[in-house]
Design a protein around this ligand. Sequence first.
Ligand SMILES: [Zn+2]
Ligand SMILES: [Zn+2]
Ligand SMILES: [Zn+2]
Length: 149
Amino acid sequence: MSQKGVEKPLEEYEKVRCPICMEHPHQAILLLCSSHDKGCRPYICDTGRNHSNCFSMFRNTRKKLLCPLCRGKVHDWTVDARAQHFMNHKTRTCANGTCTFSGSYMDLEHHVRMVHPSDVGPSGSDGPVSENVWMDLENYLNQLNLSHR
Ligand SMILES: [Zn+2]
Ligand SMILES: [Zn+2]
Ligand SMILES: [Zn+2]
């Protein structure tokens, strides 16, 4: 008994970008925001500490979580296994500053272990994530919107 129309088309995942790092989210989790019913689907990376874990950064910077897409309240999050599986095969660049390596989640796992074994935590920040990181991020996103060609 196949349920046609229930499964989401894969092209939808194709277009998904993590709102934090602007790449294909790896180990993506889906934030359940107040606009979920209206189709808002903010996927965000929830990778290990050796990669840019956008979700932990997102969570640490704000007490009240707001959806990065619609600014609605985020009340929960969930794992969409199908989305995760699909997006883990998407390539993205290494989160390590100047590194130009790119690959799938598996490739990156291997790469980070081999090439950046000592780099733990988000690149460029030493110490706990602060509100400043979030401000930088918002500025960054604004700039992206402005300079979008
Ligand atoms: Zn991300
Ligand atoms: Zn939303
Ligand atoms: Zn690298």
